[in-house]
Design a protein around this ligand. Structure first.
Ligand code: EPU
Length: 432
């Protein structure tokens, strides 16, 4: 298994480009199932979760061509198996996103039920309830969701909780349903808007994405288009936290600052000077230490849960006391134990992590438990004295494109140790 070695102590400095958003690319790839015509998707990030999705589509019978600069062409005219097996779904919960499109387009789907995961139980009951209200017959048997429908019919759906992939699944299903579907209490995340833009370009009739009431007028068919994925606001936020923690100065290209206002506000509160231009953003800490901030995670436009772990790392070395409250997931504080091993002064009270910043963290071997927790440990490593070894980094590879290369470009001392197999020596890359 690969590991990352980080030697702390250098401020991040320089420029990098932000990749396309994982959480926008995954639903758009699922949306390709809604048409027989070829779709071309640009600005796709090169990530494990994307490979898992293309493998899933390929097993169903899609023909996928990779063009230069991660432009994917997906042709679903030869789809044969409306089936998402456990072995793929278990590694990537977002596979549930194929359920709505398969049911809408082919009238049947068999998708493994995602299990719990490191950040909480994460049920999909709201996805299923919505599809049932649209006329689908759904049974859960032997760990699989088995769904059938003639043609889905419109419904007024009141989502009990704000769910991102739930909104996306139901919105995709509604595009081909008979009549006009209303989604109340819909997720307002930019990734939902990107998906709606893609679907509308394919011929769907969706109004209100970005608000909490989405109206979808069903159409008979959708057609192929080219769509470019929006920039990854969480990847961008992660590097900005890194620069803030290390007292650095960085420029990010290919970002959309409008999608990150809640995170930028907290970084400014921590002491960062931020300048936004058209597709660029510059952050300067002028060598200062950050101040601790208080954060409550919430659905968009609130502070994203996907940035919570990174801000917990920031608070652990900041001046003063900070409180970080997680309100979206039940159990998203697995990084705390690892940060404690690096010398952080953190304690968990219910769903709030309270920190008193320490002058310095100390490098240690730590273990990544989920994607964003792993990112927080890399950030902690950037400011720690000595060497931090982050194990199980396959979590990071799910959602950060070549993190060690981008951080090296920013002057960090980071290297990947490729997993050893018996009889071979580990290989090191990006020794900085
Ligand atoms: N929930 C239910 N029932 C449902 C659906 C959700 O109880 O049927 C609950 C969840 O357990 C959670 C809350 O509702 O407590 C919100 O979950 P949501 O459904 O919004 O999460 P998700 O769609 O599974 C997406 C992102 C996550 C991100 C969350 C919240 C994708 C592929 N994943 O997950 O991204 O944390 O929204 O913003 O879009 C990540 O990238 O690291 C990541 C975990």
């Amino acid at each position: 298994m690969d590991r990352l070695l980080v030697k702390g102590g250098r401020p991040l400095s320089g420029e990098i480009s932000i990749s396309g958003a994982k959480n926008a690319a995954l639903p758009v790839l699922a949306a390709t199932l809604l048409t027989d015509e070829a779709m071309v998707i640009g600005n796709v990030p090169y990530l494990h979760d994307i490979t898992t999705t293309t493998e899933l589509l390929a097993r169903m019978g899609s023909r996928i061509t990779l063009h230069e600069q991660m432009r994917l062409e997906v042709d679903n005219s030869t789809l044969q198996h409306m089936y998402a097996p456990y072995e793929l779904v278990r590694t990537m919960r977002a596979s549930i996103l194929v359920l709505g499109p398969l049911l809408a387009r082919y009238g049947r789907a068999e998708v493994s039920l995602p299990g719990g995961c490191a950040i909480g139980p994460r049920p999909v009951d709201l996805h299923l309830r919505g599809l049932r209200a649209m006329g689908a017959e759904i049974e859960v048997e032997n760990g699989y969701i088995k769904a059938r429908a003639r043609r889905l019919r419109a419904a007024e759906l009141n989502l009990e909780l704000v769910t991102v992939t739930g909104t996306e699944n139901l919105m995709m299903a509604a595009t081909l349903a008979q009549g006009t579907t209303v989604l109340n209490n819909a997720a307002r995340e930019p990734e939902v808007i990107d998906l709606a833009d893609c679907l509308n370009a394919m011929g769907a009739r969706i109004d209100g994405a970005g608000g909490d009431r989405i109206v979808v007028q069903g159409v008979d068919s959708l057609h192929g288009i080219r769509h470019d994925i929006i920039p990854d606001r969480i990847e961008a936020g992660t590097y900005l936290v890194g620069a803030t923690m290390t007292g650095g100065r960085i420029l990010l290209r290919n970002i959309c600052a409008n999608l990150m206002q809640s995170v930028l506000a907290k970084l400014r509160e921590a002491g960062a000077e931020i300048l936004t231009r058209e597709n660029n953003l510059e952050l300067d800490m002028r060598g200062r230490k950050p101040r601790a901030v208080n954060v409550h995670t919430a659905p968009f436009p609130g502070f994203p849960t996907d940035m919570q772990a990174q801000f917990t790392a920031l608070n652990s070395i900041a001046e003063g006391t900070g409180a970080i409250t997680e309100q979206v997931f039940e159990n998203r504080f697995m990084h705390i134990q690892e940060l404690l091993r690096m010398g952080a002064n953190l304690r968990l009270e219910g769903n709030t992590a309270i920190s008193r910043g320490v002058p310095a963290l100390l490098g240690a071997p730590v273990m990544a438990t989920d994607l964003r927790a792993s990112a927080s440990l890399v950030l902690a490593g950037l400011v720690a004295h000595g060497e931090t070894q982050i194990n199980r980094i396959y979590h990071i590879d799910r959602g950060y494109e070549t993190i060690e290369e981008k951080l090296s470009l920013l002057g960090a001392r980071i290297q990947r140790i490729f997993g050893e197999t018996p009889g071979t020596r580990s290989r090191r890359r990006n020794i900085a």
